[in-house]
Design a protein around this ligand. Structure first.
Ligand code: BEZ
Length: 236
């Protein structure tokens, strides 16, 4: 059909689509320029709007926490570069919110006036808005694979503790070969992957000892001290 807009979106496990873009920190080649790092690519609906401002102030003070976890933040909206620069300057020079002030956003903010990146990454969801990106968050691992995707509507600001929890959770699952239960935080027990067969798993349950607890043959946890997680992944 003529003039039909195609909206695509990467899925968990897909290679993150590559693109070139202008940002507030110069031109980037995504994700290639950030090889070897975890990436959080997130979109916001528009510059000079209140929910987005509260999010940028919150994210703006967090980079050291993400750097400690080898993670680079990259923002995006379908505004132009001069709008981004003016908005970030306003945030730094004028806005004091919840004890945060002089917040300087140092991570790159992509201009996407053509909406190319927003369309490729499924950030435009026409049922919610045809002119603004929704609040999407893509977690991309150092091999360039999409590992988690979060979406929020225009009216709801994101929980940045959860974003940090997801990053640390993914890194913990990878590094310790474990899975993580509901509401897991560093220091909580982790799930030991189920052994191949039911019989082996039953044996494991019957012989559970030391730091392992089994709730049934398919559900065993073990301790993973916070210090061990921090030592391997970095502090904060
Ligand atoms: C906001 O960030 O406040 C916002 C942006 C676009 C639409 C609605 C709210």
């Amino acid at each position: 059909m003529e003039n039909e807009v195609t909206y695509t979106m990467p899925r968990i496990g897909d290679k993150a689509p590559s693109f070139k873009a202008k940002t507030t920190q110069g031109d980037i080649n995504f994700p290639e320029d950030f090889k070897g790092k975890w990436l959080i690519l997130f979109s916001h609906p528009a510059d000079f709007t209140p929910v987005c401002t509260s999010e940028f102030m919150t994210f703006g003070i967090m980079p050291p926490e993400f750097e400690a976890h080898n993670c680079q933040l990259v923002g995006l909206s379908i505004d132009g570069l001069y709008s981004h620069i003016a908005w970030l300057r306003t945030i730094k020079e004028k806005i004091e919110y919840k004890g945060m002030k002089n917040v300087e956003v140092k991570f790159p903010l992509i201009e996407d006036i053509t909406m190319n990146v927003a369309k490729t990454y499924g950030m435009l969801q026409p049922g919610e808005s045809t002119t603004h990106a929704v609040r999407a968050v893509f977690f991309i691992d150092p091999k360039g694979i999409v590992r988690t995707i979060l979406y929020y509507p225009l009216s709801l600001g994101r929980n940045f503790d959860e974003i940090k929890r997801v990053l640390i959770g993914l890194q913990t699952a990878d590094n310790f070969n474990v899975a993580l239960p509901a509401d897991w935080r560093p220091g909580d027990d982790v799930i030991v992957p189920t052994a191949g067969s039911c019989g082996v798993a039953k044996d494991r349950m019957d012989n559970a000892a030391g730091d392992m607890t089994c709730y049934d043959w398919f559900f065993c946890t073990k301790k993973l001290p916070k210090e061990e997680v921090e030592k391997k992944l970095g502090k904060k």
